[in-house]
Design a protein around this ligand. Structure first.
Ligand SMILES: [Zn+2]
Length: 216
């Protein structure tokens, strides 16, 4: 499994970044979803142990997760916890939902506030709180496939599946993606094959294929 996950499912947006803003320094990142965020599941960005789950000043309730050495401590604010202090959680595991009620969520429009602290314990506002977005640069989406390296057998099966309509392809997954994403692969007779990907992005289509391979 991926080591890191986004805290919300695919389709989320960042509504406020880490850094200075009108009401003071924002020591976290706010996430939401167009059309409303109340009730959305919030997921642990990494594996760890729940340190706190319950009432917290300014948040209504929060969940805090302590990660292994060097991986920090994450805070999920404005939520309704679904885990208990002391519980071990996996990366990407659902741990809370966004509290839809501004009477009990700290008085905000429903959203998730995520903080990332350097150490293994809660850190007060200051230099020990880092911008979560760079930490999530390679994160997977919760509930979706893994980004673990493919085995040679998996690559072979994907190649066999694709080359019938895309022509000869390279020897590894990176080549497949590059060749399918390249302009040349969409030209001429290969365009018919391109459409067989079902209108999905290449990355999504490959993930679907890979899941089929793994689930055989
Ligand atoms: Zn915030």
């Amino acid at each position: 499994m991926s080591a890191r996950f986004w805290p919300l499912a695919r389709g989320h947006v960042v509504t406020s970044r880490f850094g200075p803003r009108d009401d003071g320094y924002h020591y976290g990142v706010d996430f939401g979803r167009p059309g409303g965020s109340g009730g959305l599941a919030a997921h642990a960005v990494q594996a760890g142990t729940v340190d706190k789950a319950g009432q917290a000043s300014g948040f209504g309730q929060w969940v805090c997760v302590s990660h292994a050495d060097g991986a920090g401590y994450t805070v999920y604010g404005h939520v309704i916890p679904e885990v208990r202090a002391g519980q071990v959680v996996e990366a990407g595991q659902r741990i809370a939902r966004i509290n839809p009620d501004s009477a009990t969520n700290g008085g905000v429009a429903p959203h998730l506030h995520l903080e990332w602290h350097r150490g293994r314990v809660w850190a007060p506002p200051g230099a020990d709180r880092v911008d979560p977005l760079p930490m999530l640069a390679d994160a997977a989406y919760p509930g979706e496939g893994t980004d673990a390296p493919m085995t040679a057998a998996e690559v072979k099966q994907i190649q066999d599946f694709i080359k019938g309509f895309c022509g000869p392809i390279g020897s590894d997954a990176k080549d497949i993606r590059e060749q399918l994403c390249g302009q040349g692969s969409r030209d001429g007779g290969q365009f018919t094959g391109w459409r067989q990907l079902g209108g999905k992005s290449v990355v999504d289509a490959l993930a679907d294929i890979r899941n089929k391979v793994l689930n055989r």
